[in-house]
Ligand binder design. Structure first.
Ligand code: SAH
Length: 214
């Protein structure tokens, strides 16, 4: 590790802590996964700043502190099977892979799934399975899940995803009726139904039904 790299990592972790990412396992996972692997082209040099950045297909890689806060809220344990809807760059799935037994991640853009897979391969992450699929319908072949993370904003938590949560399972999902006003919601499945907690305001690209053009 060069001195530059060490300094950059320290600033990156400092920014995460300052914005409320305090869970030790989450911070360790984010220290291990190089965000630079998932940001390409023009914006590559900004990979270590706490900001969202554009990726292919008109989508965005989330802000690192938001990735940290969502991951922390999800409370992932080492034996868990996790579903992520919205692979995007693959960065969030890579962070989850450090905390869970297995991560399934889906995106409606095939191109994004292929690029994310190249990142997983480069980092030798073998416990992630990435698919091109419409995640708003869930992933029945692999259900049920201990944890579900949706990284695109839905009008309501999608029914098929709620149904694929185990009892005691948690889903974290940005919910909003418009692009401007969205809240991160934590849903816990109980023996008898679902509990909902509103966590914080966020801004995500929309969850869109059906497959993308590329
Ligand atoms: N988690 C990503 C960022 C996600 S951006 C990262 O770490 O980089 C949101 C992603 O959700 C986009 O890539 C978009 O294509 C995807 N998406 C939107 N609607 C979807 C759907 N119905 N099924 C699967 N993916 C979807």
């Amino acid at each position: 590790m060069t001195a530059d790299h060490a300094e950059r990592q320290m600033a990156f972790l400092f920014a995460l802590r300052q914005r409320g990412v305090t869970d030790k396992r989450v911070l360790e996972a984010m220290e291990k996964i190089d965000r630079g692997v998932f940001v390409k082209g023009l914006f590559a040099e900004r990979a270590y700043e706490d900001m969202p950045l554009p990726i292919a297909c008109g989508q965005t890689i989330s802000q690192p502190s938001v990735v940290g806060l969502m991951t922390q809220a999800l409370d992932v344990q080492p034996r868990h099977k996790v579903l992520e809807v919205g692979t995007g760059s693959g960065y969030q799935a890579a962070v989850l892979s450090q905390l869970a037994r297995r991560v399934y991640t889906v995106d409606r853009h095939r191109r994004l799934v292929a690029e994310a897979q190249a990142g997983f391969d480069a980092l030798g992450l073998t416990n992630i399975t990435a698919f091109a699929a419409d995640g708003s319908r869930g992933l029945p072949e692999q259900a049920p899940f201990d944890r579900i993370l949706v990284t695109a904003a839905a009008e309501d938590p999608p029914g098929p995803l709620l149904a694929e949560l185990k009892t005691g399972g948690i889903m974290v999902v940005p919910v909003g009726q418009s692009d401007a006003v969205q809240h991160l919601i934590k849903v816990t499945r109980t023996e008898t139904g679902y509990d909902y907690d509103e966590l914080r305001p966020v801004r995500f690209v929309p969850l869109v039904e059906g497959m993308g053009q590329d």
